[in-house]
Write a protein that binds this ligand. Structure first.
Ligand SMILES: C[S@@+](CC[C@H](N)C(=O)[O-])C[C@H]1O[C@@H](n2cnc3c(N)ncnc32)[C@H](O)[C@@H]1O
Length: 272
């Protein structure tokens, strides 16, 4: 085992455990690196004071509610409002002007976690269009595989520390303060449609003008990356934009299907 992949290896049939989890959650675990899965599943095995992968299979069968906790562990949900602000600035100055003549605009936040990304997109779009917004049909589809995160996203209520990097004017304009929490205003919520979905399953074809898929691909194996970017490409309309995370970049064959719009902000345009 390499020094980078340090994790405790439990006894028992790991592959059987993965099959069991995939069957019961619909999560395609084949896509994730083994070292990543073993580390994260190991945390739940330890938390339940079990000793092997086989014992954990039995435990899951007897305690299906453990799946929620396991999924929460398996998926990394770290996110924030306006994550990488310069990317949102490039979205506003380079992507939205190109779409401004369209009446109908569809944007996808793929791997939306607890909603900060799709709501930041909705706020940026609202600011850009201003009063013109009423004359347009703009929808942000926000999907994630993790039900717990999606429930938080749909609620749209955030603690003060979560909205700390939202500009105070935006906070007043787009959030309602209730006690110690901040609730996203209904006009922003209305723009976002949440859905539970595995991005590795093909779903939309020639549908979106913009796809944000940021900080999701980092956990995927090479084979899954090919499926992921193939799906994202297919989901885009002709000339649609793909925005990846700062630490992710297009590699391999898929690269030739996109032109670079902004190298620093990882914004690409589908050549179709
Ligand atoms: C680190 S968060 C990124 C959130 C947001 N895009 C951002 O950049 O702040 C990664 C999200 O991807 C989701 N995810 C991981 N694998 C997925 C899959 N196969 N299908 C859909 N969502 C997935 C996780 O549940 C998690 O909420």
């Amino acid at each position: 085992m390499s020094g980078q992949n340090r994790f405790f290896e439990y006894a028992g049939d790991f592959k059987k455990l993965l099959d069991e989890i995939s069957r019961n959650t619909g999560l395609n675990l084949v896509g994730y690196r083994d070292s990543y899965l073993k580390r994260r599943i190991g945390v739940r095995i330890k938390a339940n004071r079990l000793k092997s992968y086989d014992e954990y299979i039995e435990f899951l069968r007897k305690n299906p509610s453990e799946y929620d906790k396991l999924l929460d562990r398996l998926t990394v949900n770290v996110t924030e409002f306006f994550r990488n602000p310069s990317t949102f600035e490039a979205f506003r100055s380079k992507v939205l002007p190109e779409l401004s003549s369209k009446r109908e605009i569809r944007i996808w936040s793929a791997g939306c976690a607890s909603g900060e990304e799709p709501y930041s997109i909705a706020i940026t779009v609202s600011e850009f269009f201003g009063r013109e917004l009423e004359r347009r049909f703009i929808r942000i589809y926000a999907t994630d595989i993790d039900g717990l995160s999606l429930r938080r996203a749909i609620k749209g209520e955030y603690e003060a520390k979560k909205v700390a990097n939202v500009d105070s004017d935006m906070l007043n304009k787009y959030f309602i303060k209730t006690g110690e929490k901040y609730m996203v205003k209904p006009e922003i919520k209305r723009m976002v449609i949440f859905e539970k979905q595995d991005i590795l399953k093909r779903r939309w074809i020639n549908f979106f003008d913009v796809v944000f898929c940021r900080n999701v691909a980092i956990y995927f194996s090479r084979d899954s990356l090919e499926i992921l970017y193939g799906n994202l490409y297919d989901s885009l309309r002709k000339g649609g934009y793909l925005i990846t995370g700062k630490v992710e970049s297009l590699a391999g064959d898929i690269k030739s299907h996109f032109e670079v719009v902004d190298n620093r902000e990882h914004i690409y345009r589908a050549l179709k």
